[in-house]
Design a protein around this ligand. Structure first.
Ligand SMILES: Cc1cc2nc3c(=O)[nH]c(=O)nc-3n(C[C@H](O)[C@H](O)[C@H](O)COP(=O)(O)OP(=O)(O)OC[C@H]3O[C@@H](n4cnc5c(N)ncnc54)[C@H](O)[C@@H]3O)c2cc1C
Length: 553
């Protein structure tokens, strides 16, 4: 049965409606507008950007990125690089070092801008690890670009996949493939001798929300560590919101439009085809060629599109859709830099706090068992050290986040409970305690603090269900052709002209724009195909049929 909403075909002239102005929605809109489509982006919140926004709500003069902060994936993404956002005010800026990890005993593992310096520093901590780091970098030089292209392309990645297959025999063949599939704990143990590089890899895998012992977590840890080494972890000068502002300015320069405070209630489906959307206000907006949804898969299937318009098979499969863990984020305005007990050789923008790889493995197990990890990874950003415009001179703008289960198992309670505001405040206090261990006196420098628990994150961006920041787990069983569920794997949906453009689609979370780009390219390709068949092939075929039986003069 079709959706009952009425869409006046002449109500407005848009070719495409994009639901949601997150980075994926804005990238998709830009690519469609580049192809000459008239595009309207509808955003529920009063500002565009999704999880790419910044504000001064913690304290005037201190800029905080409300959600995401560091963008190595954007820097490596051919799609985002191809948009030329620098012409629209975006300026990337990097911390002196991309990543640091304080170690017990007052030492640090630091990723320096030059690989030789990282290697020398790791070698001082454990002789032999310097050469091992350089070997990892040399391997990355050969396969890194193709691996990233393959991961960010629509599945299956035919060209990049073929290049990788051709390269594999020259970089170790099956042994290389095996290494890429290893859990990060094993990869660290096989490649390195000391704790420092093992923690750099493991911290990055946990940062990407993949368990230490999960197959493929080694690749994720290596990928982020190597991006830190080759591209750095850049941020937009002035705040994450500048990336969004550049995407919006570029879109408007090619005729696209963004409307905020416009929450989409339903996708209108007629004869199996998406023909527009309806807003909460009751207003209907027609989409002549396509609707692209930068919303989570569960919000689209059975939400914006009722199950009555979708195949039963999809409904059954969506029951197995798995969210990623929740998040508690804390922002602080400090009156000085973080007073690290031991000063790192070079100031890192991103800091990972974890005592050992074993602690990270235990935290992962606690998360899967529904427990709040006692000593999970704390991911922390020193923003003024990265970009001096983020806070008054001499002070610091800091954030940190930790993962928590979507539902917490409670002793003697039959049902797990959500992480409410009280639990979020407790977790924030624990995070402060963890920072104090490495930086005694941290609390004394706090001027103001803000805690964003799972419910608050979701209130500010409804794709962040329960504080999930990846649009669904990044574990291998929900990646590639299994994302968001087996049978989809590409942006196309069972509804013609409707595309899933959010992080719930392959390749998942992170600000790389690939989900949006894949959806836009799919929409353009289908539209071209339909136009060719209906305008050229069909009339030609009809003409041919019509001419049959006619005698030649
Ligand atoms: C705390 C946090 C930290 C992170 N850190 C990083 C990081 O440092 N680096 C990195 O690369 N990634 C990071 N991420 C992940 C990254 O931000 C996300 O993966 C990315 O923003 C996903 O983009 P998206 O466009 O798919 O969705 P989103 O950014 O979530 O945007 C979706 C948009 O759609 C809108 N919307 C949803 N439903 C509707 C509707 N029905 N009608 C209208 N509008 C709707 C929402 O309001 C939102 O604006 C982080 C995420 C969080 C939450």
């Amino acid at each position: 049965m079709d959706s009952q909403e009425a869409v006046r075909p002449d109500s407005n002239p848009h070719d495409a409606v994009v639901i949601g102005a997150g980075p994926n929605g804005l990238v998709a809109a830009n690519l469609l507008a580049d192809a000459g489509w008239r595009v309207l982006v509808l955003e529920a919140q009063s500002a565009p950007g999704g999880a790419v926004r910044s504000d001064e709500d913690v304290r005037a003069g201190w800029v905080h990125d409300t959600f995401s902060s560091f963008y190595p994936l954007a820097a490596a993404s051919p799609t985002i690089q191809g948009l030329g956002l620098e012409r629209f005010g975006l300026e990337w800026i990097r911390a002196p070092a991309s990543l640091g990890h304080p170690l017990p005993g007052g030492r640090w593992a630091v990723v320096h801008p030059r690989r030789e310096d990282t290697a020398a520093s790791l070698d001082r901590l454990h002789p032999g690890d310097g050469d091992a780091w350089l070997r990892a970098c040399a391997l990355w030089d050969r396969v890194g670009d193709d691996l990233i292209t393959a991961l960010l392309s629509p599945f299956p990645p035919v060209r990049a996949g073929a290049r990788l297959a051709a390269l594999a025999p020259r970089v170790g063949g099956l042994a290389f493939v095996r290494d890429l599939l290893l859990p990060v704990r094993r990869l660290g143990d096989e490649w390195f001798g000391g704790d420092a590089p093992k923690l750099l890899l493991a911290g990055n895998a946990a940062h990407a929300d993949i368990a230490m012992d999960a197959p493929g977590s080694g690749l994720m840890g290596l990928l982020l560590a190597m991006l830190g080494q080759t591209h750095g972890f850049p941020v937009p000068r002035g705040g994450a919101g500048r990336l969004t502002a550049a995407l919006v300015a570029r879109l408007e320069s090619v005729g696209g439009e963004v409307r905020t405070d416009a929450h989409v209630r339903a996708v209108v489906v007629r004869s199996g085809r998406a023909v527009g959307v309806t807003l909460d206000s009751g207003e209907s907006i027609a989409a002549g060629r396509a609707v692209l949804a930068d919303v989570s898969a569960p919000a689209l299937f059975g939400g914006l599109v009722p199950w009555s318009d979708l195949p039963d098979r999809l409904r059954r499969r969506m029951r197995s859709f798995e969210w990623d863990a929740g998040t508690i984020k804390v922002d602080w305005a400090l009156n000085g830099p973080i007073p690290w007990a031991a000063t790192p050789e070079l100031t890192p923008g991103t800091v990972h706090l974890a005592d050992s790889v074993a602690d990270l493995a235990i935290a992962g197990a606690q998360l899967s068992a529904g427990r709040v990890p006692e000593r999970g990874l704390v991911i922390l950003g020193q923003m003024a050290a990265t970009d001096p415009t983020r806070a008054p001179v001499g002070s610091e703008s800091v954030w940190a986040y930790v993962h928590v289960p979507q539902r917490v198992a409670v002793a003697d309670q039959p049902h797990p409970e959500i992480v409410d505001e009280q639990r979020a405040e407790q977790a924030a206090n624990q995070v402060e305690g963890r920072i104090e261990e490495f930086a005694p006196g941290f609390r004394d420098r706090v001027l103001d603090r803000r805690v964003l628990g799972p419910a608050e994150l979701e209130r500010r961006d409804e794709n962040l269900v329960g504080g999930a920041l990846n649009g669904g787990t990044a574990a291998i069983h929900q990646q590639l052709f299994w994302r968001p569920v087996p049978g989809l794997g590409r942006p196309e949906t069972p509804i013609q002209g409707l595309y899933l453009a959010s992080a719930s689609a392959h390749p998942g979370g992170g600000v790389h724009g690939a989900c949006g780009s894949n959806a836009a390219r799919a929409a353009l390709a289908h539209d071209r195909f339909e136009r060719v068949t209906s305008r050229r092939l069909l009339p030609a075929a009809v003409a041919r049929v019509g001419s049959l039986g006619k005698r030649r003069p």
